[in-house]
Design a protein around this ligand. Structure first.
Ligand code: PBG
Length: 327
């Protein structure tokens, strides 16, 4: 045998020398859930490594994450019922605690990157990412509200706008609205290939944002989020988002869509982000808690696999835990 691939695996030192991929703090984006109030820190039962926190507690958590080297965060609000209405108008209300919290976070930690969420589901009574009328999700009317929400977020101090709604044409509409308001330096991380996945369950528990059960309202998000059976469609979405002015393209979920991450990486030039979603993290947590999988092995292996598939950035609820394991 002239070729013995095992020679490049013979010691820890050689393995480190030939290692092709590494996950570092710079690759990770930490999702955070915020709720109005003070002194609140509630663990999410179906997503035990994540918490819903009021701003005071969240600031402490961000500080702890920064000490570990994290510098990028994506913020999701849990909105109280009394602020929800049909049009989701609280999303751009200057008194919205989410917008105020973003200003405080950026005042305290100006160097970090803060990413927003643009979608109507936390804000409207229907629990859909767009406006619901006569049992349908209205595209163009939704896009107008989403653009208004994005401008309010830019004004609050978010560095990157994160449209997660999957309406057609929203990237261009948001870009134009931001530019018109002179926020041309505010970036956009588009949820480009977001699938109608069953793996978002724990997230909807955390924010109480699932589509409401009512016969007049679509019970799922299949008319706007993508069909899990499709991959070519992801390339169409990527092409459009790149043309419409996105700065980052995201694939979501990540682990079950590694092929999509790779396809976008090969076919597009913008940085690719992948969202290791709540259900994917919950699966790992549950199997490890049962002792069926070894946490210290499989959690980092999962993040590495997402990176190896082509993700430049990984959004994961395990971001902090991953860095704690490296210590
Ligand atoms: C809603 C939104 C969802 C997630 C991020 N933004 C849920 C959904 O589309 O229903 C899911 C994230 C996760 O599961 O971790 N616009």
């Amino acid at each position: 045998m002239l070729q013995r691939p095992r020679r490049n695996r013979k010691s820890s030192s050689i393995r480190k020398m030939v290692r092709e991929n590494r996950v570092t703090a710079h690759d990770l984006i930490m999702p955070l859930f915020i709720v109005d109030g003070t002194g609140i820190e509630e663990q999410i039962p179906s997503l035990p490594m994540a918490y819903r926190r009021s701003l005071d507690m969240l600031l402490k958590e961000i500080e702890a994450c920064i000490k570990l080297g994290l510098h990028s965060f994506i913020l999701f609000p849990k909105i109280a019922k009394e602020h929800k209405n049909k049009s989701g108008s609280y999303s751009y209300d200057p008194n919205n605690f989410y917008l105020k919290a973003a200003s405080t976070i950026k005042e305290k930690f100006p160097e970090l990157t803060l990413i927003s969420d643009v979608a109507l589901d936390p804000y409207n009574v229907d629990g859909h990412d767009g406006l619901v009328m006569n049992g349908e999700i209205l595209n163009d009317e939704s896009v107008g509200i989403l653009a208004r929400m994005a401008v309010a977020q830019a004004e609050a101090g978010f560095d990157v706008i994160g449209p997660s709604d999957m309406m057609d044409g929203r990237i261009q509409a948001i870009r134009e609205a931001l530019d018109k308001a002179e926020y041309q330096d505010i970036s956009m991380m588009s949820y480009t290939a977001k699938y109608a996945s069953g793996f978002y369950g724990p997230f909807r528990d955390a924010l109480d944002s699932a589509p409401v059960l009512d016969s007049s309202i679509p019970k799922d998000k299949k008319t706007y989020q993508m069909d899990p059976a499709n991959s070519r469609e992801a390339l169409i979405e990527a092409e459009l988002d790149a043309m419409e002015g996105a700065d980052f393209l995201m694939v979501k979920p990540a682990v079950h869509y590694l092929d999509i991450i790779q396809q976008l990486k090969v076919n597009q030039l913008l940085p690719i982000a992948a969202y290791h979603v709540s259900g994917e993290c919950a699966m790992l947590a549950a199997a490890c808690e049962k002792g069926w999988l070894d946490y210290e092995t499989v959690m980092p292996e999962t993040l590495l696999s997402i990176k190896r598939a082509g993700a430049d950035l990984i959004l994961t609820y395990y971001a902090k835990e991953f860095l704690l394991l490296q210590k």
